[in-house]
Design a protein around this ligand. Structure first.
Ligand code: BGC
Length: 766
């Protein structure tokens, strides 16, 4: 066996794949296309499994079903193994006991870190720092690979324009250009050059999952072609161009056809238009659910149609539909060559990763990797960069300890380690997680008394989160919590302190998958408590811990300083303390438009101009229709002035590039980062276009008093768009307005002409 051609590393991968494929039975081929969940269940010895109710029995039997399938060569991949010893144990079954010894590929949701937890993905996007995001995911990859994980189901690149949808937290927000840049950075971070510290990236969920109707997770999405191409696909395109070898299909019905059985999406768009040549995995149980969604007739039909549509691997817990593929071939429902093509894609990745040469993980090496202090430092840096200063009247921040002797930290989220980490963490170290209270105490505790009151309770979800049962560290307000008494104590503490830092928001299990909401109000009595604290007259700093915009209208009108910290991760408390104390100037920027209240959603900055452009703020008669904070917004302790906006030419032929320059001066006495953003608007053309669209950005550091010139090149593909008129991309000859500034409300503007011919040789001012 050791001498078979597929085992020879010196042969080209295609030959190895072809050789192996030629030796496989139909069942083994279908097995390579099956991915089982590792449920991590230990079945107690002597348990009478047969006596259990059907569902419990299925769970109790599942680990054995999986081991047997691995041993029989009927499984290509397993997900959710995070112990190196378990990975090796299962890998031995595949490599040493199965007929052909094809190694398993281990996948996992490495979303924002494995042991070192980075800020949640939406917060990483709020850094607008591409290098930081890439470095964070490279660290996550190193940790994951050290425990035997080969592949992450990330990045999630679904554009989300409705913050009721819980999964907004896993992506980069509302904008395709920001989303594309962040997607590509994550793919580069995970995959690197496919070395021993890298893992595969799997951008998900293809496609349009973020458009769930009403923001209700899993509900159907109805998306026009122009929205699909202009809004939802750019991050996928960027991830694919960055080399992503996997894509995950989505659950929901897309224009009436489930995404995981949708040939138009998975083959015509993904493979033929976007040029993806890796393998597609289904979302969990999404192939089986083609039957549940009343699309497929039965499980066989589900498997056949998913495969034919373009799913190469089925992720599931029980009873895979793909286990019926072999019979389907024999019954004439499917051609074997369709299976071969999918197997070829899966095996190619296994060879590329070197799994045949090194299937096992070094069980001792992980400890070293997982305790790295550099990784924790990077998590702190990323958290600092992600924090968005929403309001800072009268220079309330940064705090000066000289004038403070007592600080009150108030709010359950202010001292909750688990909530500080956010959702989608499975291997964190709770002990080393730094809460906001702890961060403040370690930063100023030697000079200032920092007292704490948990205050208002946060009511739990009405049904438990799907992750709660897997998470021993999950925190909830106790049922017998005396809310009124706790609020009173918190208010009293605030009254006798020099400053109150009030932490409000949602718990980590109130956002994420299956965690949509119908309200953006602060849960429980947090709002009322804030009002009472403000009434004491003690100065208040409001710290918001959330992964979606919440209704801050009252706070915005009544509290001088508001800071959005997201769920900042392992070193979150340290990061919040350093921003509040001014060790670093905040420069996070909103990756979404912050609505005033839930009735405004969906609301985006890149809306259309309409026939009544002057009325944009008055579309509702009882409330301004403008947002509370615009996309791209965030304050700084420094002040910046933008001047001298110019181009290298003012007439640009269709198909050519133009370079835009602007000078940014830090007019303050503090060194700080700024996120310079470039927006455009097309005045007329084949279709009407949004009032503004982000086209480029750069986060830069500018020393106090310094001026830096930023330069952005707009290529023809930045000026084209997909038009419903032509059913394809167009670039119009037109007038383009350009703005450069610190948010989507930037007012420094100029224009250039896009010309039909090459008369566009006018030289600009630069
Ligand atoms: C989610 C995916 C995730 C998978 C595996 C699904 O429910 O939609 O995003 O990767 O579970 O955990």
């Amino acid at each position: 066996m050791t001498d078979l051609p597929f085992r020879r590393p010196t042969l080209p991968v295609e030959l190895r794949v072809a050789d192996l494929l030629s030796r496989m039975t139909l069942e083994e081929k279908a097995g390579q296309l099956t991915q089982y969940f590792h449920l991590g269940i230990e079945v107690p010895e002597g348990l009478d499994i047969d006596a259990l109710p059907a569902e419990q029995r299925a769970y109790a039997e599942q680990p054995k079903v999986v081991s047997d399938a691995v041993r029989a060569g009927l499984t290509g991949s397993v997900l959710f193994v995070k112990e190196p010893s378990t990975a090796n144990r299962m890998q031995r079954l595949a490599v040493e006991e199965s007929r052909l010894g094809v190694p398993l590929l281990f996948g996992f949701d490495v979303i924002h870190g494995l042991r070192t937890i980075f800020p949640v993905p939406l917060a990483l996007a709020a850094t607008w720092s591409i290098d930081t995001i890439e470095a964070a995911q490279a660290t996550a990859a190193r940790e994951a690979r050290s425990v035997g994980i080969h592949w992450s189901f990330a990045p999630m690149v679904d554009i989300a324009r409705d913050p009721r949808w819980g999964r907004i937290i896993e992506g980069s927000g509302e904008d395709p250009v920001l989303g594309a840049a962040v997607a590509a950075a994550q793919v580069r971070g995970f995959q690197g050059n496919f070395g021993p510290s890298n893992i595969l990236a799997g951008p998900k969920h293809f496609a349009g999952y973020g458009a769930a109707r009403g923001g209700r997770d899993y509900d159907d999405a109805e998306i026009s072609d122009s929205e699909l191409w202009n809004v939802y696909l750019p991050p996928f395109r960027a991830a694919i161009e960055a080399g992503a070898v996997n894509v995950m299909s989505a659950y929901m019905d897309y224009n009436g056809v489930p995404a995981s059985g949708n040939r138009r999406l998975l083959t015509d768009v993904l493979r033929n238009e976007l040029g993806f040549d890796g393998f597609v995995v289904s979302d969990n149980n999404a192939v089986r659910s083609l039957e549940t969604q009343h699309f497929a007739k039965d499980l066989t039909d589900a498997g056949v149609r998913a495969l034919k549509a373009g799913v190469d691997m089925e992720m599931c817990m029980f009873n895979p539909a793909f286990s019926r593929l072999a019979q389907a071939v024999l019954d004439g429902l499917l051609e074997e060559k369709v299976i071969d093509e999918a197997v070829r894609r899966v095996l190619t990745v296994k060879f590329k990763l070197g799994l045949f040469e090194q299937p096992y993980v070094d069980e001792d090496a992980a400890t070293e990797v997982l305790i790295s202090t550099e990784s924790r430092e990077l998590a702190r840096e990323a958290a600092e960069k992600s924090i968005v200063l929403l309001k800072n009247d009268g220079g309330a921040l940064p705090l000066t300890t000289a004038s403070l002797s007592s600080v009150a930290v108030i709010g359950q989220l202010g001292d909750s380690k688990r909530d500080t980490l956010g959702p989608w963490v499975f291997d964190h170290d709770t002990d080393e997680t730094v809460t906001i209270l702890e961060g403040l105490r370690s930063r100023i505790g030697d000079r200032v008394t920092v007292d704490y009151a948990p205050g208002a309770g946060i009511p739990p979800r009405v049904f438990p989160s799907m992750f709660d049962q897997m998470d021993a560290s999950v925190v909830a307000t106790p049922e017998n919590y005396d809310d009124a008494a706790e609020v009173q104590q918190a208010v009293q503490l605030a009254a006798r302190s020099d400053l109150a830092i009030v932490v409000v928001g949602q718990r980590q299990n109130q956002i994420g998958e299956n965690a949509s909401t119908s309200t953006l109000d602060l849960p429980g009595d947090q709002q009322e408590q804030l009002r009472q604290i403000v009434e004491t007259g003690t100065p208040v700093v409001l710290v918001v811990m959330s992964g979606r915009p919440l209704d801050l209208r009252w706070a915005d009108a009544n509290v001088p300083a508001i800071v959005q910290t997201w769920y900042p991760g392992t070193r979150g408390g340290d990061a919040v303390a350093s921003v509040l104390l001014g060790d670093t100037s905040p420069a996070g920027r909103l990756p979404f438009t912050w609505p005033r209240h839930v009735g405004q959603v969906p609301i985006v900055y890149s809306h259309y101009r309409t026939f009544a452009p002057g009325d944009q703020g008055a579309r509702y008669w009882e409330e301004p229709s403008t947002p509370l904070y615009p996309f791209g917004y965030g304050l700084s302790y420094a002040t910046f002035e933008y001047t001298n906006l110019r181009m290298d030419r003012t007439a640009v032929p269709v198909g050519e590039s133009v370079t835009v320059f602007a000078d940014v001066t830090n007019t303050s006495a503090v060194d700080a980062d700024d996120v310079v953003q470039l927006y455009i608007h097309q005045r007329y053309g084949t279709s009407s276009r949004p009032v503004r669209e982000l086209k480029a950005f750069e986060r830069i550091t500018i020393a106090a008093g310094q001026t830096r010139t930023v330069r952005f090149t707009l290529a023809p593909q930045d000026l084209r768009y997909w038009s419903a008129v032509t059913d394809g991309y167009v670039q119009d000859a037109t007038t383009i307005d350009v703005w450069v500034g610190g948010s989507s409300s930037a007012d420094l503007t100029t224009q250039f002409e896009v010309t039909d011919s090459d008369t566009g040789s006018d030289r600009g001012t630069a």
